[in-house]
Design a protein. Structure first.
Length: 418
C-alpha cells in the first residue's frame, strides 16, 4: 500500500468543510439566543406575570436539568443516527419550543416550554463535537472549537441588540416568536448538507481493541472539570441582565450595549483559547498538551477578581470584571473539548461530550436552584461569586490529578503497541 493510499484510508477527504463550520457557528448562535432571550426579558416578564427571584430560579434550573439529562441520550443518538438527522431534528424542536413561548400566559406553561426547549437543545453539543471529530484533522480541533464557542458569544452580543430593536415594535411575545422561528431556517439548511462517511473501519477496529477502562481517567477528568466550571457560565448567563438591572438600574433597552460588550470579551476568550495554545506549542517546540495545561493555569487566575463586583458600584468596572470572567470560562471550556477530541477515538466523542455537557448542565441546574435562595439582593450573592472566583482552579486541579500528561503519554504508547 502506498503512502498516498494510506492517507486516503485514514484521512478521507470531505467536502463542505467551510459550510459546515459556518452552519455550526450559526446553529450555536441560534441556540444561545433561544436560551438568553428569557434572561433579557426577565424584568418585563416579572411585571406581567408577577414572578419573583425564586420563580425565575425554578424556571432556569428545570430548563438546565432537562438539557442535562437529554445530553446523556443525545450522545448515544448522535453516535448511531449521525449528525445530520439528529442535529436537524434538535434544531427544529428547540426553535418551535422557543416560538411557542410567545403564546403562553403563566408560570407552568413557561416551565413546560423551557423543559421542552432544553430537551431538544441537548443534542447540540455532542452533535457539534462529533461533526468536528469526523470532518477535521485533530490539530485543527482546538481552533474550530474556539470559533464555534466564539459564535455562541456573538449570539450573546447580538441577542440583546435584537431584543432592544424588536421589543419596542413587537412586544415581548413577537420578539420571542421572531427569534424562535429563525432556527427553522438553520434546520432546513443543515439537513441539506450531505452527512460525511464514517471513518474507515481500520480506525474503529483499532479503537475497539483498546479497553474502555484505559480512557476512564480522561472521561472522568473532562466530566468533573465541566461540572466544576460550567456553573459559572450558567449563573452569569442567566443573571448578568438581572444584576445589571438591579445593581445599576439599567432597563431592558439599556442592557443591550453592556451585555454585548461582556459577551464580546467572552468571544475573544474563545478565540484565544482555541488559537493561543497551538501557536505557543509551535513557537516553543513543546507538546500541545503541556502548553494547554500551563495556559489553563493563567486562565484560572484571570477569574479570581470577579467577586470584587460586589464592592464596586461603577458600571464600567462591573462590565470589565464580568467580561474577563466569561472570557476565562470560554477559553477554559474550549480547551476541555479540544482535550477530549484529541485524546479519545472519534467513535466515542458523541457520548463523552454528551456526558461532559450533562455534568456541566447538572452543575448549572443545581447552582441556579441554589442561587434563588441568595438572590434577594446582589450583595447577598457573595457566596456564589466566591465560588466563581475559584471554580477554574478547582477544574484545573481535577484535570491534572485525574488525567496528568504522563498518563496520556503512556496511553498513547499503549495504543501504538496495539
Amino acid at each position: 500500500m502506498t503512502v498516498a493510499t494510506q492517507k486516503s484510508t485514514f484521512l478521507p477527504r470531505y467536502n463542505h468543510q467551510k459550510l459546515v463550520v459556518i452552519m455550526l457557528i450559526t446553529i450555536g448562535i441560534v441556540a444561545y439566543a433561544d436560551r438568553q432571550i428569557i434572561a433579557l426579558l426577565k424584568p418585563v416578564l416579572d411585571k406581567e406575570f408577577g414572578w419573583n427571584a425564586r420563580d425565575y430560579a425554578l424556571i432556569s434550573s428545570y430548563s438546565q436539568a432537562a438539557t442535562a439529562f437529554s445530553m446523556l441520550a443525545s450522545g448515544w443518538i448522535v453516535d448511531r443516527l449521525g449528525v445530520r438527522i439528529s442535529l436537524g431534528a434538535g434544531i427544529a424542536g428547540w426553535s418551535i419550543s422557543t416560538a411557542f413561548h410567545g403564546l403562553v400566559n403563566g408560570l407552568k406553561s413557561f416551565l413546560f416550554l423551557r423543559v421542552s426547549l432544553g430537551s431538544f437543545e441537548g443534542i447540540c453539543t455532542p452533535a457539534t463535537m462529533k461533526t468536528i471529530s469526523l470532518r477535521f484533522q485533530k490539530e485543527h480541533h482546538g481552533r474550530i472549537v474556539g470559533l464555534i464557542q466564539a459564535g455562541h458569544n456573538v449570539a450573546a452580543m447580538l441577542t440583546p441588540l435584537m431584543v432592544a430593536g424588536l421589543f419596542p415594535f413587537l412586544g415581548w411575545r413577537g420578539t420571542i416568536i421572531t427569534i424562535g422561528l429563525l432556527g427553522l431556517i438553520c434546520a432546513t439548511i443543515w439537513i441539506s448538507i450531505p452527512q460525511p462517511r464514517k471513518k474507515i473501519s481500520l480506525i474503529t477496529k483499532k479503537s475497539k481493541i483498546i479497553s474502555n477502562n484505559k480512557y476512564y481517567r480522561i472521561i472522568i477528568g473532562f466530566a468533573l472539570g465541566k461540572f466544576l466550571v460550567d456553573f459559572v457560565l450558567w449563573f452569569l448567563m442567566f443573571w448578568i441582565p438581572d444584576i445589571l438591572h438591579r445593581h445599576y438600574g439599567l432597563n431592558t433597552v439599556q442592557l443591550g450595549i453592556p451585555v454585548a460588550v461582556i459577551y464580546g470579551m467572552a468571544a475573544l476568550g474563545c478565540l484565544f483559547g482555541g488559537y493561543i495554545p497551538s501557536i505557543l506549542a509551535k513557537k516553543y517546540n513543546l507538546p500541545l498538551e503541556i502548553i494547554r495545561r500551563r495556559f489553563l493555569v493563567v486562565i484560572s487566575l484571570l477569574a479570581l477578581p470577579i467577586s470584587l463586583i460586589l464592592y464596586f458600584h461603577n458600571l464600567f468596572i462591573a462590565i470589565f470584571l464580568l467580561g474577563i470572567a466569561l472570557a476565562a470560562h470560554q477559553a477554559f471550556a474550549t480547551n476541555l473539548f479540544a482535550f477530549i477530541s484529541e485524546w479519545l477515538p472519534s467513535d466515542r466523542i458523541g457520548r463523552v461530550s454528551g456526558l461532559g455537557a450533562f455534568c456541566g448542565n447538572i452543575s448549572g441546574a443545581l447552582g441556579l436552584r441554589i442561587v434563588g435562595h441568595f438572590a434577594n439582593t446582589v450583595e447577598a450573592m457573595w457566596p456564589i461569586f466566591i465560588y466563581c472566583s475559584f471554580a477554574y482552579i478547582l477544574g484545573w486541579l481535577a484535570l491534572n490529578i485525574l488525567a496528568p500528561y504522563n498518563f496520556l503519554i503512556k496511553l498513547n504508547l499503549n495504543k501504538g503497541k496495539n
